[in-house]
Design a protein around this ligand. Structure first.
Ligand code: AMP
Ligand code: ZN
Length: 112
């Protein structure tokens, strides 16, 4: 999608601090970290949010979770939180599906 920030990051049109990349997904550090470790994992396909995941695209999401587990292991994250905001009221500001991975500090529940 030409006017999507994260599609531009995947295309290399906007710089990012890459953590990992494969055919299906891209991971990079959040520009405004909310924890000592905070990166995002996104599908290369433009999917707007969890609400737009279908049976056809669900395997990409499964793959992303396997990647999150692998990266967390490699980065030595013993405890972490995976978050995906859906819609503006829940805090979604970029409408390209992404999973936040946050770690390295005490976290509260319920989230704000
Ligand atoms: P959300 O608010 O859940 O849609 O998450 C979007 C995230 O993207 C926020 O945590 C932003 O800090 C992050 N973000 C926005 N622009 C960039 C960028 N150019 N590089 C890295 N992260 C970004
Ligand atoms: Zn996009």
């Amino acid at each position: 999608m030409s006017d999507c920030l994260f599609c531009k990051i995947i295309a290399g049109e906007i710089p990012s601090n890459k953590v990992y990349e494969d055919d299906l997904c891209y991971a990079f550090y959040d520009i405004d970290p909310q924890a000592p470790t905070h990166f995002l994992v996104i599908p290369k396909a433009h999917i707007q949010s969890v609400s737009d995941v279908t049976e056809e695209t669900a395997p990409i999401v499964g793959h992303i979770f396997a990647v999150i587990a692998k990266l967390a292991g490699e980065l030595g994250l013993e405890s972490y939180r995976v978050v995906s905001n859906i819609g503006a009221q829940a805090g979604q500001s970029v409408f390209h599906l992404h999973f936040h991975v946050l770690s390295g500090r005490d976290m509260t529940w319920p989230p704000g």
